[in-house]
Design a protein around this ligand. Structure first.
Ligand code: ADP
Ligand code: ADP
Length: 559
């Protein structure tokens, strides 16, 4: 051994010279001999939002259970009797001393929002109002309902809520409680950017105005940046050990995380940095047209939602990003493209003159394109193993090409033998992305592939999707609300706007810069660039930069 670890080297390597100082100490908890060990704990502070950034399976929930007093940590001495006094002794002199004393004395109350909101209907029978009223301890429920736009679904059964509605109800239910410590495990899945920013502001308000302590796990980096005061990075080997670093400033924490190197810990967590282009990508000039579609309208009936689509061109080989609020018609557009829905009217078809034949007739939405579609809410839960499911989709399954391009970047190897029904949200998402890309089609349409993926997985999924488009001559359309993912992924952008649930308008695909400006102008959100890394960061509303960029019409990319 290297002389520091008494037991097995957690890195499976003995030539490590700079073992991070966290690992030289005892773990906070070890589940058993050779079982998962957690090193370090986050330190929530009154009046602050503390973020945790790190992969799934790294011990975040374990840490929370300890801070909530649910799990008595054993300081790695799993075969000894360790009590809270020993634990307090171990943390004497650290930021956690007072907190742990309070946990020992049973003085800490906790409200917690679970990661997988989709599971709430399994544990609660009743409507939204009934659920929320149980949690109305601070008298703040009305304001939460209003700001999170939950009003329209107050009398709806929890069983009938969409993922985005469940997410907002779960956030409201957590923040309505009257406790010392609030823990939110991911706030963004299924929410659009406007809703993400609102949720972030509500959490900040509760910390600042009511002096509560908030701990948030979040993988949407633009939102995490807006939300948190300090940040713990979590790293390690998922399933084997996890290290929660001492708190960093949010800016440094995210920058170091993206660079792949943690400065204080002297630790490389990824071979390559994740980098953003300051300037919009130049439009590729020689791409061929996959399809030109005409103006289309679709309404679900008198007084129901209606959508107007401006005709446009989808290019062979491109990754087209699709952005816009929830309830604005993005899925409706997808269904028009896939032929699952029939349009009401179809305008002048731009290809009519050359081919003499419209690819899209009223009442017939068949664009003659094979589309492979990954829906927003992934519900593959047959009793079937992952490998059997994927091999039923493609005869490429198991080929070295498929393994390198699909299975590896989507980290499927470890879950191949599991049952679909037993997968976690993030695992299910990766299988669904793989299934979508493995099908042979002209157009691949992915609706919110980022949901429940950690940052690492988002980056790997992004590069898998991009490489796939390049190498397979495939055209990919991606609907997503994670700005970083859209930035890294898309060549061009299609922007939806209008009045959610009433009427929507879909603009034609346009270059990234124009598209981002259109989209963010609707939201009145501007981004500046981090000086060190060029990473986009949301400006404070009405700050000097915010005002200047709005005047200049430059919402995202530096001019
Ligand atoms: P995260 O919240 O970061 O996804 P968790 O804290 O849930 O991670 O889990 C970290 C690791 O600890 C996982 O590998 C998990 O299997 C393991 N683990 C969690 N609970 C137990 C337990 N009660 N006994 C043994 N191992 C556990
Ligand atoms: P997005 O994908 O942008 O979230 P959708 O296309 O799913 O938006 O939905 C747009 C609006 O149309 C929503 O208000 C939704 O409730 C409504 N809608 C969707 N499908 C139907 C339908 N079959 N009948 C009536 N209204 C629908």
């Amino acid at each position: 051994t290297c002389g520091i670890c008494v037991e097995k080297c957690p890195f499976d390597a003995i030539e490590i010279i700079n073992l991070p100082k966290e690992l030289q100490n005892d773990p906070a908890h070890r589940y058993g001999e050779n079982a998962f060990s957690l090193y370090g704990l986050p330190a929530p502070q009154d009046g602050q939002v503390t973020g945790i950034l790190g992969p799934n399976g790294i011990g975040k929930t374990t840490a929370i259970r300890i801070l909530a007093g649910e799990l008595e940590p054993n300081l790695g001495r799993h075969d000894e009797d360790v009590d809270w006094d020993d634990i307090l002794e171990a943390y004497r002199g650290t930021e956690l001393q007072d907190y742990i004393a309070a946990v020992r004395d049973g003085d800490v109350t906790v409200a917690r929002k679970p990661q997988y909101v989709d599971q709430i209907p399994n544990t609660f029978d009743g409507n939204t109002r009934e659920l929320l009223e149980q949690t109305n301890e601070r008298g703040a429920l009305d304001e939460l309902v209003e700001r999170l736009s939950i009003g329209p679904v107050m009398d709806q059964s929890i069983d009938d809520l969409s993922g985005g509605e469940l997410q907002r109800v779960a956030i409201a239910a957590t923040l309505a409680r009257d406790t010392d410590f609030y823990f939110l495990d991911e706030i963004t899945p299924y929410l659009d950017i406007g809703q993400r920013v609102t949720a972030a502001r509500l959490i900040r308000d509760l910390a600042e105005k009511e002096d509560r302590s908030m701990l948030v796990i979040e993988h949407d980096l633009a939102i995490l940046d807006l939300l948190a005061d300090t940040l713990h990075v979590a790293y390690g080997e998922p399933g084997a050990y996890g290290v929660i670093t001492a708190p960093k400033s949010v800016r440094n924490g995210i920058n170091e995380y993206l660079s792949g190197y943690l400065d204080n810990e002297n630790m490389r967590i990824r071979p390559d940095p994740i980098e953003f282009e300051e300037h919009a990508p130049r439009a590729a000039s020689h791409t061929e047209t996959l399809v030109e579609y005409p103006d289309i309208t679709k309404s679900y009936g008198e007084g129901e939602f209606s959508l107007e689509v401006e005709g446009g061109t989808i290019r062979q080989n491109e990754v087209l990003g699709i952005v816009g609020p929830n309830g604005i018609g993005k899925s409706t557009f997808a269904k028009l493209l896939t032929g699952n829905l029939e349009p009401d009217t179809v305008g002048q078809d731009p290809t009519e003159t050359s081919s003499g034949q419209s690819p899209l007739d009223a009442g017939d939405a068949d664009l003659d394109l094979d589309i492979s579609y990954k829906p927003q809410y992934v519900t593959i839960d047959q009793h079937m193993r992952v490998d059997a499911f994927l091999s039923s989709i493609t005869d490429q399954f198991g080929s070295s090409y498929w393994n390198t391009e699909i299975a590896q970047p989507l980290q499927l190897e470890r879950i191949m033998e599991q049952n679909l029904a037993d997968l976690s949200g993030g695992e299910r998402q990766r299988v669904a992305i793989a299934a979508c890309l493995s099908d042979s089609a002209d157009l691949y349409l992915l609706d919110e592939p980022s949901a429940h993926l950690d940052v690492e997985q988002r980056v790997q999924a992004t590069s898998a999707i991009r490489r796939y488009a390049e190498q397979q001559d495939a055209t990919v359309m991606v609907i997503d609300h994670d700005t970083y993912m859209i930035d890294l992924l898309a060549d061009r952008l299609m922007v939806f706007d209008g009045e959610p649930a009433e009427h929507g308008r879909a603009g034609a695909p346009q270059p990234m810069r124009d598209g981002m400006n259109d989209f963010l102008a609707n939201l009145e959100v501007t981004f500046r660039r981090d000086e060190r890394t060029s990473r986009p960061r949301i400006n404070k509303p009405d700050s000097q930069l915010d005002k200047q960029q709005k005047t200049d019409g430059e919402y995202y990319y530096a001019p």
